[in-house]
Design a protein around this ligand. Structure first.
Ligand code: ADP
Length: 457
């Protein structure tokens, strides 16, 4: 800028001095008035040319200044910034280069920032933890999709109070506490949500990223499934103990009675021995279930020994083995599996599957109900075996859960307590999967249930 000013003044001075000398020389010596007029005209022309040169130089400088100003203004959005190229000897060459370098650096910084922002967005999008950021005016600054899913709300991008997202009293109280006391809190809350209750581990963290800018960070971690599994395992321990205790008490009681003298009465002895025998079998079945589950964890038992199985005979044997329970419930049983039905599978595993399905169809049947076993096979779709009962049925919301380990149907839906550990169908599911088949349920409350195992061709 200084060089330019100096050059302008220098040119102007040179022109002016030359014009003045010329004027003095010419006008002084010329006696002819016409010539003096000519001299005056030349002076005026020289002055005009001088002014034009100065104007052109100034306009040129102004264009460069305006380009540089635009470039500086564009620094705020580095994507639009263009480089300014000036010749090395240009008055503004250094300034243009400095602005270009600043623009390059800003563009680089902006890329890094953009990339980090995208990474953070991605992280928040897929993070399996709900994240909410609330500022001191109680406005939601950020709410990731997981938080929306856990609280069963929609993500609202417009500025709004956090209470529009968090409608549960316990959670609001924890957030308000952290905001008021500047204390971090971590606790497990069971929140009542529109579809079902959900157990969450909630951490509220007080932060002050800048002076005078307080925030509460809310982290939500879903513990619903873990809590359910813990509860099911607790139930299993209590159920299993109960199931073990009942037959053992009967066995101990009747053995004592026999020893105390009943053994001498042949009629009583036979009756009591029969009860002891029944109870021992129940005990063994229960232990077999528990062992099956632990055996299924073992990779050795994950292999199947395939043979040709006579399906009707296998079903018949299970019905005979469970004949007493069938009689006790006065069930009407039909085995419609054709005599010709032969399938290629692991006989032992299939027998265990069928045993559990028939046992449930007896246990959960009504008195004098029906129990039907049917078989269907086709060259395209392989074969299916169904065990149908006319019992209590399984509520829709429970149907997806009955194949989980330790899951037992809600006992309040049945009038009486039915013994069980919640392992039978889990074993059925794991064994059918192992044999490359699948198990499905069709059920209607108070009408009955059909359990079907299907194996592809
Ligand atoms: P368990 O019979 O020991 O409880 P299962 O795994 O065999 O365990 O079954 C899980 C739950 O599924 C049962 O508690 C019961 O509520 C339900 N269930 C299974 N089979 C039937 C059926 N045939 N009819 C009605 N409910 C059934």
């Amino acid at each position: 800028m200084r060089t330019l000013g100096r050059r302008l003044v220098f040119i102007a001075c040179l022109v002016n001095i030359a014009v003045l000398i010329f004027l003095l020389a010419v006008i002084g010596r010329v006696p002819d008035p016409r010539l003096r007029v000519l001299a005056a005209v030349i002076i005026i022309a020289a002055m005009i040319i001088e002014s034009l040169i100065i104007l052109w130089l100034i306009a040129n400088q102004q264009r460069v200044v305006s380009d540089l100003t635009t470039q500086v203004l564009r620094l705020s959005s580095p994507k639009d910034a263009r480089r300014i190229i000036l010749p090395d000897n240009h008055a503004y060459a250094d300034l243009a280069q400095a602005i270009n370098m600043a623009a390059d650096e800003l563009r680089h910084q902006s890329h890094v920032f953009q990339r980090q922002e995208n990474e953070l967005d991605n992280l928040l999008e897929y993070l399996p933890v709900g994240v909410i950021v609330i500022d001191r005016r109680r406005m939601t600054q950020l709410l990731n999709p997981m938080a929306a899913q856990l609280l069963e709300i929609n993500v609202d991008s417009k500025p709004h109070l956090y209470t529009a997202d968090v409608r549960q009293y316990d959670l609001t109280e924890q957030i308000e506490g952290t905001m008021r006391d500047h204390q971090n809190v971590r606790q497990t809350l069971t929140l009542q949500l529109p579809t079902s209750p959900r157990t969450l581990e909630v951490s509220t963290i007080y932060t002050e990223p800048r002076p005078d800018h307080q925030q509460v960070l809310v982290l939500l971690y879903d513990l619903t499934e873990v809590t359910q599994i813990e509860q099911m395992q607790l139930d299993f321990v209590s159920n299993a103990s109960h199931e073990l205790k009942t037959p053992l008490t009967a066995i101990a009681g009747f053995t004592e009675t026999l020893l105390a003298g009943a053994k001498n009465d042949p009629e009583k002895r036979d009756e009591f021995l029969k009860i002891i025998d029944d109870q021992s079998h129940e005990l063994m079945d229960l232990i077999e279930d528990v062992l099956s589950v632990s055996r299924l964890q073992n990779p050795v038992s994950q292999t199947a020994t395939i043979t040709t199985v006579d399906l009707r005979t296998l079903v018949e044997r299970q019905l005979t083995l469970q004949a007493q329970s069938i009689q006790r419930r006065a069930l009407h049983v039909t085995n419609s599996v054709p005599e010709s039905a032969r399938v290629e599978t692991d006989a032992k595993k299939l027998e265990q599957i069928i045993k559990n399905l028939i046992s449930n169809a007896i246990k959960y049947n009504r008195h004098a109900g029906q129990l039907a076993v049917t078989f269907h096979s086709s060259s395209d779709h392989g074969w299916q075996l169904s065990v149908k009962d006319t019992g209590y049925g399984i509520a829709k919301d429970q149907q997806s859960r009955i194949f989980e380990r330790f899951y037992r149907g809600d006992p309040s839906r049945n009038k009486q307590r039915i013994p069980g550990t919640g392992l039978g169908l889990a074993i059925v599911h794991e064994l059918t999967t192992l044999l490359k088949g699948e198990v499905s349920v069709q059920s209607q409350m108070d009408v009955g249930t059909t359990m079907t195992i299907s194996f592809p061709k």
